[in-house]
Design a binder for this molecule. Structure first.
Ligand code: FPP
Ligand code: MG
Length: 322
């Protein structure tokens, strides 16, 4: 299941090439391949595709030059998920057992480190220059700061502004960076690069809000991960924050989400309380708002194949079920 294959205006040949380059990048070591291939195969490829679309928009950057950086982006994303699953003690990701569940956390730390190092090896070999390396380094620092702040505040109810700060660092900055890097290597001017970055940022906020809704109301077979994972790991997200402010049962919900040993039946109770409020509509409304603000940055790509694909991605992000 891969949403990008349904995107019009994205060359299927480029996508096939991306898949084979990602696979090649993890083949050097047989254990790494065994541990990573199932996980890597299940990805949506949203980040590298955003990058490739933006990189290809001016027609000046051949796909061959952009592909290694697209692969590096996917490897950094996968490395961050391998580490995230350790932090969240998650058992399932992309419909397969997580690296920590299968091999233990010690090995999973090293698998994440390997992927991360491989990504930077590919970037170094690609000679993309200082701006690209600096942009990627800043991205990874932001991811870490976002995750550290989340980890230091588990089981605490955040203000909406704190929630936004966190989803900005852990997701929106990543999508924004993919678009930005595409603009940079396509040789766009500063205003266009900033517009693409703003598009990616809005898209990323919407993406994470929908992710947080799916964590409670998704279909496990479709999302490929267990329901209630955020709650059990102490990560309090927008559906809970909204429900706490409007529910008649907010005290019960508060008691569940701040408890350190949340059981499956607590998760079910919390889901029921959230379901009885307007929290899901509220989150969708917020996500729609971010996607609308994201689209405002695209007029300079109007009627181009990149512009149309970025519009389609915006639709996917809010309507997705996985
Ligand atoms: C998933 O969030 C996790 C992230 C978006 C970022 C994880 C980043 C790190 C662990 C920092 C380290 C980075 C590197 C490159 C080594 P989530 O838990 O809300 O989503 P999920 O439900 O998919 O797990
Ligand atoms: Mg997680």
């Amino acid at each position: 299941m891969n949403f990008v294959s349904e995107l019009e205006n994205v060359a299927t040949k480029d996508l096939r090439e991306l898949e084979s380059c990602v696979e090649d990048a993890i083949k050097e070591d047989s254990f790494i391949y065994e541990a990573c291939a199932p996980l890597i195969n299940g990805g949506k490829r949203l980040r590298p595709v955003l990058f490739l679309l933006c990189a290809g928009s001016t027609g000046t950057c051949p796909i061959k030059s952009a592909l290694p950086l697209a692969v590096a982006i996917e490897l950094i994303h996968t490395a961050s998920l391998v580490h995230d699953d350790i932090l969240d003690n998650a058992k399932k990701r992309r419909r397969v057992e997580t690296t920590n569940a299968k091999y233990g956390s010690q090995v999973a730390v090293l698998v994440g480190d390997y992927l991360f190092a491989k990504a930077f090896q590919i970037v170094a070999e690609g000679n993309y220059g200082r701006e690209v390396s600096e942009t990627l380094s800043k991205l990874v620092k932001n991811l870490c700061v976002g995750e550290i702040s989340q980890d230091r505040n588990l089981f605490k109810i955040p203000e909406m502004s704190e929630y936004y700060e966190r989803i900005n660092l852990k997701t929106a900055v990543f999508l924004a960076t993919c678009c930005r890097l595409g603009g940079i290597i396509a040789g766009m001017d500063k205003k266009e690069i900033d517009d693409l970055t703003a598009y990616g940022n809005g898209l990323g906020l919407a993406f994470q809000i929908i992710d947080d809704v799916l964590d409670f109301f998704g279909d496990e077979k479709v999302t490929g991960k267990a329901l209630g994972g955020d709650l059990k790991s102490g990560v309090i997200t927008m559906p809970v924050i909204r429900a706490l402010s409007v529910s008649d049962e907010s005290e019960v919900l508060r008691d569940i989400v701040t408890r350190r040993d949340i059981s499956d039946s607590d998760v079910m109770d919390a889901i029921e309380i959230i379901r009885n409020t307007d929290a899901v509509e509220y989150c969708k409304m917020r996500a729609d708002g971010h996607v609308d603000s994201a689209r405002v940055n695209l007029p300079f790509l109007m009627k181009t194949s990149t512009g149309l694909a970025l519009e389609q991605i915006a639709d996917f992000v809010v309507d997705r079920t996985w």
